[in-house]
Design a protein around this ligand. Structure first.
Ligand code: FMN
Length: 262
């Protein structure tokens, strides 16, 4: 890419990082236009619904917040010991768990264990399970409103395909489970139009940070992963990779492998 083109591209991307100001062009949002609010989460896409516990008393190894903070680090080596479903339940709760649904007359919002601009929570959580007791390997989707997992399907060559899609990072392919977060931009754009994209990227950082802290509390490790091939990662979830502005557009924004520590 020519230097001039690169500079122009970087300048445009930096603009996206800035606060929206009164000087910016203003658009009426779909919310202001009175259009219906999009769903709080994606509908069911799988089978074999698995109810998850909210009783985490048996799996927490440390409640000491300072210890958790001081120990938090990116961990890329995991033991071969299988994870337990209840541990997954805790990590899903910590990252996207819904504490309650705030229901107004015309709009609803989910109040979760993580913050999100305007409580839009424009994410879906998928798990690539490889080494979890009582769960067949394959792709799962978290139904946050019900605190349930659903089985989406099994996959051939799962470890190899994950490693390939996630920039050749072998620790991602080999982890007991991979968390993959997609963004559903319209869930936030409905209200925030051109501010939604920045907010979503900030929001997803909170999600992954909670995963780090929750992992430390239960003797597991994780590592944020932002290096991946967009088309391959979306393809593994069966998502359309076309970055069009249709309302259902959904694509991968962040991921994190998880495994037990020795
Ligand atoms: C947005 C983001 C993307 C990252 N992507 C990767 C990645 O793809 N692969 C990787 O090994 N580490 C990745 N990391 C982890 C960082 O390398 C790590 O946080 C950094 O080296 C500091 O180490 P610490 O987390 O142990 O403090 C990412 C971290 C963040 C916050």
């Amino acid at each position: 890419m020519e230097q001039h083109n690169l500079d122009t591209k970087i300048a445009a991307l930096r603009e996206m990082m800035k606060a929206y100001t009164a000087l910016d062009e203003d658009y009426d949002s779909d919310q202001e236009k009175g259009l219906a609010q999009p769903p709080l989460e994606k509908g069911s896409i799988g089978t074999n619904i698995i109810a998850l516990t909210k009783d985490f008393s048996n799996i927490i190894k440390t409640n000491d917040f300072l210890t958790i903070l001081n120990n938090r680090t990116s961990r890329r080596k995991y033991s071969e010991t299988p994870m337990q479903i209840d541990e997954l339940a805790f990590l899903l709760w910590a990252t996207q768990g819904i504490k309650h649904v705030a229901a107004g007359k015309v709009r609803k919002a989910t109040i979760r264990t993580v913050p999100s601009a305007g409580a839009r929570h424009p994410f879906e959580t998928y798990l690539f399970v490889k080494n979890v007791n009582d769960l067949a390997p394959g792709l799962y989707h978290y139904i946050a409103l019900e605190h349930q997992l659903e089985f989406v399907g099994s996959m051939d060559r799962l470890v190899d395909r994950l490693t390939e899609a996630y920039a050749g990072q072998e620790f991602f392919g080999e982890a007991a489970v991979d968390f993959v977060w997609t963004v559903v931009p319209y869930r936030s754009e409905w209200r925030y139009t051109t501010k939604a994209q920045k907010y979503a990227l900030i929001d997803v950082g909170h999600v992954c940070q909670n995963l780090y802290l929750a992992c430390e509390a239960i003797g597991c490790g994780t590592c944020a992963v932002g290096a991946y091939d967009q088309a391959l990662a979306d393809g593994l979830l069966g998502l359309d990779t076309n970055p069009s502005c249709n309302l259902e557009n959904e694509f991968v924004v962040y991921a994190a492998p998880v495994g037990k520590l020795d």
